[in-house]
Write a protein that binds this ligand. Sequence first.
Ligand code: ARG
Length: 567
Amino acid sequence: MINFKQKIAKAISDVTKLEEDELENYIEIPPNTDLGDYAFPCFKLAKDLRKAPPIIANEIKENIKTDESIIEKIDVVGGYLNIFINKETLTKTVLEEVANTKEKYGSSNIGKGKNVVIDYSAPNIAKPFHIGHLRSTVIGGSLYKIYNFLGYNSVGINYLGDWGLQFGKVMAGISLWKNEYDFKNDEMGSILKIYIRFNQEEKDKPELTNLAREYFKKLEDGEKETHKLWEHIRKISLENYEKTYKLLNSKFDSYNGEAYYNDKMMPIVDELKDKGLLKESQGAQVVDLEKYNMPPCIIVTSAGTTIYATRDLAALKDRINKYNFDKLIYVVGNEQALHFKQVFKVMELMGYGEYVSRCTHVPFGLVVDKDGEKIGSRKGNSVFLEDILNEAIDKVKDIINEKNPSLEDKDEVAKKVGVGAIIFNDLSNSRIKDEIFDWDMLLNFQGETGPYIQYIYVRTKSIIDKAGYIPNIEDVDFSKLAEAEAINILKLLYQFNEIIQNAADKNEPSILARYLIDLSQSFSTFYNEYKIITQKREVQDARLFLTYAVRNSIKNRSRVTRYGNAK
Ligand code: ARG
């Protein structure tokens, strides 16, 4: 595709003799199209050229040599050059690229040969997979796809929380209350109920906590029966998660969780000792981080067991050896920010600073209801993700039965719309903000929602079906797409690669989700204003090809955000 910014920078550089790359960085996109397609702020040059910005702007305008097929017009407003590009060239370059690249439109290979390891989802086995884990699953899954689209080799790791005191709690609970629950018919449900009950009761009964510690110690010591029970709980929990992952269309390349690192923990403890980093504090072994304004990082507790941080250190070291990564991204809630700072600092002190600089903690906010109350917790009012997804599907089924009872594949459609709505709601706001979970909002077909985008997608599809053909690019007369509404769409299509690059740089899928909303809205505006199927064949071909380009884009981009499964 033609790179307009580069062409503009080159033309300005020819006049000013300043460095092209630098000039390109200064180019902005004005807030509204009356001010041009691009704007160049001349005050950035005032220091170098020792003149007032409006004078610079006028001089550039007078002397610039522009190719009319690229730049149509330049206005000077104050210290700005407002640049209008040739719309027919824009249309041609975008649509030809769509025709050539099809589903790869907007992709690139800047990541070729580089590995990006993404640690995401990571639910804690034996605890309910609640809505909080949805965010990691969905954001991580989206980043996985984004990096792949940019040519990286993404590796998805589900670092299961399959070790730790929660097993001690569940096992202690089972030993006490097994007969009170229906293990025969609902094993997973019983385990979860026991876990929740244990957490409630231990608040007043510290002896329960001690019992849980004993069980976990037995597990760490490799006691046979305890280990067998652990294996069993892990297995049925995973089977249960798989149901949710299937609904979400989530896949992982590795399920190496915390337990996988059991035999790799002593070597880390020894290495820390050898490097003189461990010290004793109240019976525990810790790395002192006072110098860095952080609490000490506990490595071995006073009870002699390892903890979460120990396992993350072992896992990071293992990943360094295994994946030769360019980036290692941890998609984990904001409440663990300190944990990752500590782990990264300890690794740095151990001499792995170079690798630590390639690690990023990508945090996200909580899931809250309309009133700002946190959803899903240990309190017993846990909201299970699978139940929520099924509720979404049921709600959409009700809407279909009311509005379109004769629809074919009702169940399939309800699944795509319901699950898509939940995923999109999660992705569409900047990740660090708390996500508001509100049924009416996320299922609103007119709002900035998944169902709205799916609706527009189906529109584009049915227009093409009605026409019965997709025009050949050779038959498209680019001058027939001159309306402002069409140009708006083309500009968005043109920006896509930059948008996805930006989403990757910031590890922020919401940039892409917002983009999908903009694209859908711009198509809707065009479609409400102009007939696509018309008597005039050249007009129809041009508009139909544009419709095809939008359809293609929503489909690809939805895939990239891993939102729904556009058919
Ligand atoms: N299982 C943890 C939790 O739910 C998240 C693990 C995230 N990944 C990691 N490498 N620590 O809190």
